[in-house]
Design a protein around this ligand. Sequence first.
Ligand code: ATP
Length: 359
Amino acid sequence: MAEIVLDNVAHSYDGGVTYALKKIDMTWQDGKAYALLGPSGCGKTTLLNIMSGIIKPSQGRIYMDGVDITDKPTEDRNIAQVFQFPVLYDSMTVRKNLEFPLKNRKLPADEIHRRVEEIAVLLGLENDLDIRPGKLRSDLQQIVSLGRGLVRSDVAAVLFDEPLTVIDQNFKWTLRNRLKRLHLQTGVTLVYVTHDQTEALTFADDVLLMKDGEVVQTGSAEDLFLAPEHEFAGYFIGSPGMNFLDVDVTQSLVTFQGIELGMASEAGLTGSLRVGVRPEFVLPGGKDGVPMKVQKVENRGGFQLLKLGLGDQIIISKVESDVVVNEGETHNFVFVPERTFLFDDKVKRATVAPAGKRR
Ligand code: ATP
């Protein structure tokens, strides 16, 4: 296992006209589980393929434990990769497919046998070891592919490119948990590409949230949810995502269409900015807060989504099922101060608290 460093790495597929991956500097710590999360086309696979050696970056260097591996081919990098669709030899049984990476490393026969049995149990393949992959359902074939990626215990990192796409929804949960368990047991560095926030957030220690070829925020699931550094983290993470309001800031006073929302925590911010607040932090305020008209109440089983009118905009509030509000009523709602953010050019600059609560 190893520490992998990306130094000033970027990649363009068209000779520098556009960059699929903009400049990234990053250290992948030995033994951590990472997720690359973002919408289709944001550069996740490009970044993964640069690490595995499938793509040579048009700029920058890659180091593994201090050794420059930028020019090394995939097979010399000691990295395993699992793709979106099964990559298997159908002329061999499942067992032989799983043995293959170990035989290549010339491991002793008894160790090969032990590892293959272990991985087969972990992935539920014990009864399929002696048949050819072509005889298995496509999702089971993909699980064999996963097994091939995981069977070596001496790899520097295992890279997964949306490996569960073809797996049945119910089994996805089981597999994700088993992968997580395997990670905890072995301490191997895992990098996992996905566009599914639940998958990323349940799986990874650190999530790299990507947009348009850039990492906009790196952090835990909690960081991305509670302390988004970029509007995109507010928008992409959460269900539903963050509410945004175009506000005016004058001498720290934040107003939306003439309605006072509070004071910015940082002086010096001024003009047209955006406030972002998650539905979970728009709460009934009793005698405090801003009056909003309840336009719709949706019971979602376990919680309610309220659509609230503020100025000419709809604000979404996510509240417990036992909160009693009715459509057509007007109630005060508060934006929880430490969870209400002021963004300037999409980047978080301050929080917003009611006047008198400025911190
Ligand atoms: P997806 O989730 O759809 O796989 P992604 O986030 O993995 O997307 P990439 O596949 O890395 O994104 O693609 C990033 C950008 O680079 C996209 O605009 C894509 O069209 C472009 N791209 C990817 N591969 C190539 C290629 N071989 N040649 C030219 N452009 C490419």
